[in-house]
Design a protein around this ligand. Structure first.
Ligand code: FES
Length: 317
């Protein structure tokens, strides 16, 4: 964990603010790569993940941008309403669950709304590395497009296309048109609201994009339906211990109640931090982190939210 000070807080749009964070003791911050995020531990007990989107080679400061979500769990509301410049926060070291694939022939970056944050870092990395790429950024209008000026005034602006949904409907992103034209060797990276990501993925799949070339990062989980949840057992493979998971508790809660603590962050199936090996049994995957292929393999599970379709799951713990 790293203690940081909020060295700057500025609005980027009416609903998005930007924070700059420096180590509280003045030391250098760990290096990071495009696509990385940090867990931010807020004083109200909430942990949220935010993509790093500042200068790639800076070890003196991290930058994150936060969308105010009044109906969220309170993390963004706290940052927007209460957090002040000079306040202290605890953050994790950067983690990268959305890295650029090295040695790619071409890259297509698609972002919507606050999803621009990891995609912006990717565009800047690819530009610095002189790698070919194209960026498509969807937002309501210019005023709602965080980092619009930074992109429009950058040396890579000619690789970027803005798609504003207000006004000229010709300008809206048509994923089918865009993805039909692309060479299948291109790597595709998508970030934005979940329905947007699902639409783009579905268009890519319809046009024959291989799953391995499609990379996405979700920001918030859809409300998970637990109405059909049933109890089941989990077996701890290393000890043989059998634990009952009641219909109203998560696997994660049961593990913790029995003194087993696995790393967690979002606790809603978004970040992948809690992924645990699954040795036997059929998972009822409720996360949005694992891809459809990964879910089908039935060899890993997110214990924070996923459950079992079989009577018993054997966990690689
Ligand atoms: S803690 Fe984020 S997916 Fe489980």
């Amino acid at each position: 964990m790293i203690e940081v000070t909020v060295t700057d807080k500025q609005p980027l749009t009416a609903s998005i603010c930007r924070l700059q964070l420096a180590a509280a003791d003045g030391s250098a911050l760990p290096a990071w790569q495009a696509g990385a995020h940090i867990d931010v531990h807020l004083p109200n007990g909430i942990i949220r993940q935010y993509s790093l989107c500042g200068a790639l080679n800076s070890n003196s400061c991290y930058e994150i941008a936060i969308l105010n979500e009044p109906d969220g769990r309170g993390g963004s509301k706290y940052i927007h309403n209460d957090l002040q410049q000079g306040d202290r926060l605890t953050i994790s070291a950067p983690k990268n669950l959305f890295p650029l694939v090295p040695g790619t022939n071409n890259t297509l970056l698609i972002a919507a709304g606050i999803g621009i944050t990891p995609i912006l870092a990717m565009a800047e990395q690819l530009h610095a590395d002189e790698q070919p790429f194209e960026l498509h950024f969807c937002a309501r209008d210019q005023q709602h497009a965080a980092y619009y000026e930074r992109i429009a005034q950058s040396g890579y602006a000619s690789h970027c296309q803005f798609h504003f949904s207000l006004g000229n409907s010709q300008n809206r992103l048509n994923p089918h048109q865009l993805l039909a034209d692309y060479n299948k060797d291109t790597q595709l990276y998508i970030c934005g609201p979940n329905p947007f990501i699902q639409d783009v993925i579905s268009a890519a799949e319809q046009h024959g994009w291989p799953t391995a070339n499609i990379h996405r990062e979700f920001f918030a989980a859809e409300a998970i339906d637990h109405s059909q949840d049933q109890s089941f057992e989990v077996v701890i493979n290393s000890t043989g211990q059998v634990l009952e998971v009641g219909k109203d508790v998560s696997i994660l809660n049961v593990l913790e109640d029995n003194g087993m603590f696995i790393p967690v962050a979002c606790e809603e199936g978004v970040c992948g931090t809690c992924i645990t090996g699954l040795l036997e049994g059929e998972a009822d995957h409720k996360d949005v982190f694992l891809s459809a292929d990964e879910k089908q393999k039935m060899d890993q599970i997110t214990p924070c939210c996923s459950r079992a379709k079989s009577k018993r799951l054997v966990l690689d713990l």
